[in-house]
Ligand binder design. Structure first.
Ligand SMILES: [Zn+2]
Length: 141
């Protein structure tokens, strides 16, 4: 962990989730996709929940999107985690990925629902977590 970085829990990589974490380590986001149902699946499942198709494939998706829902913790009600305040917990809708919301944290402060965000990757142990930052290049709507 680099100095000044917030502490975040390290996910356990499993056979099922390994492709996701391999992609984030390369600064990309890949999600499962069922070609039969023409839909993305998240979080990963052994088979498609829509058609029971045996093994959904992995596809790279956009690392940009918008905040669908956000909850901001501004007071330090979590002793030991003051470094995370303001803690912005959001559901992010990635561009071109209908029907999937990615739970994550938005870095910085002042994020609101509808804001454009871009993924940024931060290591927790050996795993690169996809976090999001407000997209400064996004045009105000
Ligand atoms: Zn399917």
């Amino acid at each position: 962990m680099r100095p000044g970085m917030a502490h975040r829990s390290t996910p356990v990589v499993t056979e099922l989730t390994a492709p996701f974490w391999r992609a984030t380590e390369q600064g990309r986001i890949e999600l499962q996709y069922c070609a039969l149902c023409n839909r993305f699946i998240f979080p990963p499942f052994p088979e498609c929940l829509g058609c029971d198709s045996s093994r959904p494939e992995w596809r790279e998706v956009a690392a940009s999107g918008s905040i669908n829902t956000i909850s901001v913790v501004e007071s330090d009600i979590l002793p030991g985690l003051e470094e995370l305040i303001p803690l912005q917990v959001a559901l992010v809708a990635l561009d071109g990925v209908p029907g999937v919301l990615i739970p994550s944290n938005v870095l910085g402060a002042g994020a609101r629902s509808g804001d454009r965000v871009r993924a940024t990757f931060e290591y927790a142990g050996t795993v690169a977590l996809p976090l999001f930052a407000l997209d400064a290049t996004a045009v105000e709507q």
